[in-house]
Each structure stands twice: as structure tokens, then as C-alpha cells.
Design a protein around this ligand. Structure first.
Ligand code: BTN
Length: 253
């Protein structure tokens, strides 16, 4: 099944009536989706690839999508600008709830990595597309490691894949369908306490001592809570609480 689970025909059948474009290999599904958005893609249209050769992650990082080993998916959404910041929560909650159906408890590492046993198996990349001051849409990128072998890589101690973590084979097209169903289910809850709660209750680093790398430098302290805007509240040694809107959090023991 490893390489046969994704094809244009199978995805069209499983995801109907959602419009879908499948690429055996592409630089990044984010770019395919962006082009489609410019060509007036319908809401909810999705791009899926078997392999990305220039996949990208948050904070300018590279995202590896080897052939036959991962789910790389970009969904075209048109939220109201007021709900833009909620799209990242939507992606993380959709993936976490999908994986919970396998009988495990994934956690969300603030803001939006989805992890099992503290190891990341999914990253979320929301990219807003603007026409001047008008929001044209958002490309919600979701990358799930299904059977990527990280053992000889520099992320061997921080990353994992679903199949070894769950101990069972995963069909990537069925996984995509489940995640998209969750996104559809949660879409009406954008901007509501229900979505915020679903995200907040799954955050897995609250109460821990952390180091946060931000664009301005690094901050150390205890990750106490998140505020209504989704910012991480870090209490520093001098007692001050620093709200962090974007950054990379690491547990510092
Ligand atoms: C991160 O954790 O840094 C976010 C990773 C997002 C990866 C996905 S895979 C599908 C889509 N295409 C990309 O190039 N990136 C996103």
C-alpha cells in the first residue's frame, strides 16, 4: 500500500465533492494552492502531493516530504480577516482529534506542532494571501509524517512518524479525508470559545520551564498559560509575564 494509497483518482473518489489536485512530486503544495487561489479555486479545494522537493515549514525552515512517506496537504480557505489567527488552531485541532481516533492522546506544542509522546509528527503552516488590504484567502498547509525514517537525521530525538508511533499501517488518503472532515466540522466554530478550548486543552507544555526563541531573541521562564489571542504567557525569573505571539518553544527541564 505504501506508494499506492495516493492517486488523483482515489483522492477524487474519497474526497468528493471537494475539488482536489494531486501531484506525484512538486516543490511545495503551498505554491500549487496559492496559484489555484489566484485562479479562483473554490473554498475548501485541496492540493496533495506524494513528494515535495522544496517543502517549507514555519520560521523559514525546510520541511522534508520524501516520496511515499508523508501526507503533504494544502487547503484553500476564505475566513473573515477577524478569524485569521484561528486558522492555525483549526489545523492543529483537526489533526489532533483525527489521531485521537486511534486511541492515543496527541498533544499540541504551542502554537501548532502536533506530537505523540513529546515527538512531533505534524506541522501546520498557515499562509495568508492578500490583495493589498483585502484578504484573498489562506493556504492551510498540513504536513504529517506517516512513515518518514528520522533515525539518521538531526531531528531523530524530536520527530516521529505515525505508523511506528501507532504500530499500524496508515492509508494517507483516508487520513487526509479524516483531517478534512474535522476541518469542515470545526469551521463554523472559528472565533468561538469551543475551538479555543479544544486547542488549549491539548497544549502539552503548560506548566513546564521553557526557552522560547523569538525574532527578538530568547526568553526563559515557565509557560503558564495562553491568553485569549493565543499568545503564550511565560513567567520569567523576575516575576514578569511575557506574552509571546510567535516563536519556537523548547522544554528547558
Ligand atoms: C512546521 O511545522 O514548520 C510547518 C510544516 C508545514 C508542512 C506542510 S506540508 C504541506 C505544506 N507544503 C509545504 O511546503 N509546507 C506545508
Amino acid at each position: 500500500m505504501a506508494h499506492m494509497d495516493l492517486s488523483q483518482e482515489r483522492l477524487c473518489a474519497l474526497l468528493a465533492p471537494r475539488p482536489v489536485r494531486f501531484f506525484q512530486q512538486t516543490p511545495s503544495t503551498q505554491d500549487n494552492a496559492r496559484q489555484w487561489l489566484h485562479d479562483d479555486a473554490p473554498d475548501g479545494a485541496v492540493v496533495i502531493a506524494d513528494e515535495q522537493i522544496a517543502g517549507r515549514g514555519r520560521l523559514g525552515r525546510t520541511w522534508i516530504t520524501p516520496p511515499g512517506a508523508a501526507l503533504a496537504l494544502s487547503i484553500i480557505l476564505r475566513p473573515s480577516p477577524d478569524h485569521l489567527s484561528q486558522i492555525t488552531l483549526l489545523g492543529a485541532v483537526a489533526v489532533a482529534i483525527t489521531v485521537e481516533t486511534f486511541g492515543v492522546q496527541p498533544g499540541i506544542k504551542w502554537p501548532n506542532d502536533v506530537r505523540l509522546n513529546g515527538l512531533k509528527f505534524c506541522g501546520i503552516l498557515p499562509e495568508a494571501v492578500w490583495d493589498g488590504s483585502t484578504l484573498r484567502g489562506v493556504i492551510l498547509g498540513i504536513g504529517v509524517n506517516v512513515r518518514v525514517d528520522f533515525s539518521l537525521t538531526e531531528v531523530a530525538t524530536t520527530a516521529t512518524s505515525l505508523e511506528p508511533a501507532l504500530g499500524q499501517p496508515i492509508d494517507r488518503a483516508i487520513l487526509a479525508r479524516s483531517i478534512l472532515e474535522q476541518i469542515d466540522d470545526w469551521w463554523p466554530h472559528l472565533g468561538t470559545p469551543a475551538l479555543f478550548q479544544a486547542w488549549q486543552t491539548r497544549l502539552d507544555m503548560l506548566g513546564q520551564n521553557v526557552t522560547v526563541q523569538t525574532f527578538d531573541g530568547s526568553i526563559q521562564g515557565r509557560a503558564e498559560a495562553v491568553n485569549a489571542q493565543g499568545a503564550l504567557l511565560v513567567r520569567q525569573d523576575d516575576g514578569t509575564v511575557q506574552p509571546i505571539l510567535a516563536g519556537d518553544v523548547r522544554s528547558s527541564g
